[in-house]
Design a protein around this ligand. Structure first.
Ligand code: PEP
Ligand code: MG
Length: 764
């Protein structure tokens, strides 16, 4: 059974044409279960009913024509209950709905199973038989298992804009409305620019060739380049590999011959597809053939074909990349937008970002926030590859994306965008003013920084210090570890720019989702693995070079150097890090460079550190909370996983309690307390944190003036009353509406998401 399941799923996932693949699926299921009918009903869009997408056994000419309302018939019942329905005699069930001409009359036994993806019903699989009988448990289990495995494929096909049903051209984008997660606030209106990851075959869209001759030429050049690579690889391995192993490379070269892959790809291009799309199609077909083979050796050969495909694709993309031109109002759309892609479009032309993967806590989202570009993440259902050149609206406050909008929707969003721009101009006047509440409570507003280009933006917005320098960011753009001299120059640039304001340098925080190409870390569970301080304590040579560079960069400057340690989970780690910092300090003095002793602080990001906050505060010079990771670890929710993004709640009562406990512990030791997670840059978060007594709020420069406006508009006594109410709440679902309502009551509607905040213009 398992083997059969695997074959069916593979067959369906390999097929490029979704309508054909569901039809094949129906036939496979009918065979596997020995039934007389298998039909697949899919939901056409979120709020319409079901359409017959495939059938083997009923009248196939009605595919794409039979439409059932959401609550109609047994199919509707399966969808509504979201559980299987197993009936001996379907026609006598009260929900049975007679569909003319579909040919269901003779069938009695009925088993319907929902296709569910992330709690949403995407369709229903149905098998039927004449003989009145209940399908047995193993048949039901088979169908349920199959449906669970197929759900992702169906969702993905939908997301990529596949026409669900042959003959039904689903226009998914006109007046389209799609849901994702808020990535970076703001509204962006512009023209879709679709980007796919480098050399990710599965992400290549189908597209007609603009010029077939050019596509053929590009293909030839790419294939020739791969041939050359393989030949030089063979040459360099000649001495170290036995002849039989080298034969593998010969096989590769043969596969690239005209008689094999290359010929097939060329043929698809000649029929009008662009080279990358043709490559994906042909490779997929070939890989599919290998993968359904029973022999494990042959199955593996599929991997060789795929590898070749990826190599050719890499060249095709390199050739094309240089040519890319972007519209002036680009909305960057893709399956998985990476920081590099963000950088590919000139900032002044970028109006918004939409990624099918990732969540509001992914580093791409953090980067978008830093750049002040609205972003929506995890918009899983968005037909991304249909959006090249389309009008796209990104609402980064709510995580909504609108495609090819109506005039009315466009006008509404243009006016919201304009309101935002007017408020932004008003905020500019706050730059030089102190961040102090109406009743005189002073809070420091510092910035999180990573790129040199952030310096001017931060100072322009009146930043009073650097609360978090993510030193791994400059490391990521190199192809080797930067030397002490290089690091010193980079750190110096920041310190000089901020002097005499304090500068907090976090020691290298790699691992998790941040990797260096030249220091790869492969782990099953990277967020619980070798990350942050764990890496640098195991590599004191990296740590010492970095600390020495920081100390020397600080020489002769007034600004305080604060060294901050990420991912601390025990006092032992703090003590070992302090010893190394002492060693670096002594070495620098020995070299004759006169430097001040730095302050050493702990970043509280791990639940263990919350419970030991007082002890850590006693031995450290300052404490800061990394609420992004702390939320992730307290709630056990991967900050990058869109599937669980809804569970990532920064104002979850458990998180709020932890933040307050840390504040109490650090106050008891009378040490400075800061926070540099994203929560600090949100109006509601900043109010609660200020009420708890966090002295320093560090955030992306983008949020600085908004937060200052909020703090300057309220009394601390009001914020403390609000905090006291929040501390008595049991769920995040209670906290959010309460905070929104309070902010409206206090006249803070302007900093709230546009649609909510506009209510504040009404008298209250
Ligand atoms: C945090 O975890 O809150 C933090 C500030 O660090 P990063 O987002 O870089 O992991
Ligand atoms: Mg962190």
């Amino acid at each position: 059974m398992l083997n059969m399941l695997r074959k069916i799923v593979q067959d369906v996932t390999q097929e490029g044409n979704f309508a054909v693949s569901v039809q094949r699926l129906a036939a496979h299921i009918k065979d596997a279960l020995g039934t007389e009918v298998c039909s697949i009903y899919l939901t056409a869009t979120a709020d319409t009913g079901y359409v017959l997408a495939a059938t083997d056994g009923l009248n196939a000419s009605r595919i794409g024509e039979v439409l059932l309302a959401q609550d109609q018939g047994l199919v509707g019942l399966v969808g509504r209950r979201a559980e299987p329905l197993n009936l001996e005699a379907a026609p006598s069930h009260p929900n049975f709905y007679f569909v003319p001409e579909i040919g269901e009359e003779p069938f009695n036994a009925f088993l319907g199973v929902p296709i569910l993806h992330q709690g949403r019903v995407l369709g229903v699989l149905v098998v039927q038989q004449r003989e009145p009988r209940r399908f047995d448990e193993s048949e039901e289990a088979f169908l349920v298992t199959l449906s669970a495995q197929l759900a992702t494929t169906v969702a993905h096909a939908e997301a990529l804009g596949s026409s669900i049903v042959a003959g039904v051209s689903a226009d998914l984008i006109t007046n389209g409305q799609f849901k994702g997660f808020a990535g970076a606030p703001g509204i962006g209106i512009g023209t879709g620019v679709v980007m796919h990851p480098i050399a990710d075959l599965d992400a290549v869209p189908s597209r007609p060739a603009e010029d077939i001759t050019i596509e053929l030429m590009l293909l030839d050049r790419a294939i020739e380049a791969v041939r050359n690579d393989i030949r030089s690889l063979m040459q360099s391995l000649q001495a170290s590999l036995p002849q039989e192993e080298l034969a593998l490379f010969d096989a590769y070269l043969h596969m690239l011959d005209d008689g094999a892959l290359a010929g097939d790809i060329r043929e698809v291009v000649r029929r009008g597809e662009w080279a990358q799309g043709a490559l994906r199609k042909v490779i997929r077909q070939h890989v599919g053939r290998f993968e359904i083979m029973d022999d494990p050796y042959l199955r593996e050969r599929g991997t060789d074909v795929k590898d070749l495909g990826v190599r050719v694709l890499a060249y095709l993309q390199r050739i094309r990349e240089k040519k890319t031109q972007f519209p002036d109002d680009a909305i960057l759309v893709g399956e998985e937008i990476t920081p590099a892609m963000l950088g590919a479009i000139p900032a002044e032309q970028l109006r918004g970002v939409v990624s099918l993967r990732g969540s509001g806590n992914s580093h791409v989202a953090i980067l978008a926030r830093a750049m002040g570009v609205p972003a929506v993440m995890g918009a899983l259902d968005l037909p991304a590859y249909e959006l090249e050149g389309a009008v796209v609206i990104v609402d980064g406050h709510y995580g909504d994306v609108y495609t090819q909008p109506s005039e009315e929707r466009l006008r509404e969003n243009q006016s919201l965008l304009q309101q935002e721009q007017v408020f932004a101009a008003e905020l500019d006047d706050l730059k030089e003013l102190p961040c102090v509440t109406l009743d005189g409570w002073r809070v420091q507003l510092w910035v999180n920084i990573g790129l040199t280009s952030d310096i001017t933006r931060s100072l322009d917005r009146g930043a009073e210090g650097i609360g978090l320098f993510r030193t791994e960011v400059p490391f990521m753009s190199q192809d080797r570890f930067p030397t002490e001299v290089e690091q010193r120059a980079l750190y110096r640039e920041h310190m000089e720019a901020f002097d005499p304001r304090p500068v907090t340098m976090r020691t290298l925080d790699i691992g998790g989702d941040k990797s260096l190409s030249y220091f790869p870390i492969q782990e099953e569970n990277p967020f619980l693995g070798w990350r942050g301080i764990r890496v640098t304590l195991d590599h004191p040579e990296i740590f010492l070079v970095q600390v020495r560079a920081m100390l020397k960069a600080n020489a002769d400057l007034l600004c305080d150097l604060r060294i901050m340690l990420p991912m601390i989970s025990s006092l032992t780690e703090l003590r070992r890090a302090k010893q190394l910092i002492d060693q670096a300090y002594a070495e620098v003095l020995e070299e004759g460079v006169q430097v001040k002793r730095p302050q050493v602080g702990v970043l509280i990001e791990v639940p263990a550190a919350v419970y030991q906050a007082r002890l850590l505060a006693r031995e450290a010079d300052f404490i800061a909370v990394g609420s992004n990771d702390l939320t992730q670890y307290l709630l056990a929710v991967d900050r990058n996983n869109p599937r669980v993004a809804e569970l990532y709640q920064e104002i979850h009562p458990a998180v709020v309690t932890a933040l307050r406990e840390v504040a109490r512990a650090v106050h008891a030791e009378e040490k400075p307390l800061g926070i540099c997670g994203e929560l600090a840059g949100t109006p509601a978060g900043a109010m609660l944190l200020m009420a708890m007594g966090y002295h320093v709020l560090s955030m992306n420069a983008t949020h600085l003036l908004r937060v200052k406006w909020v703090i300057r508009s309220i009394k601390r006594s009001d914020a403390r009353r609000m905090l006291a109410r929040v501390m008595r709440m049991h769920t995040a679902e209670e906290v959010t509406p309460f905070l929104n309502q309070e902010m409206l009551r206090l006249g803070l509607g302007k900093v709230m998401p546009a649609r909510l905040g506009s209510k504040a213009d009404k008298p209250h």
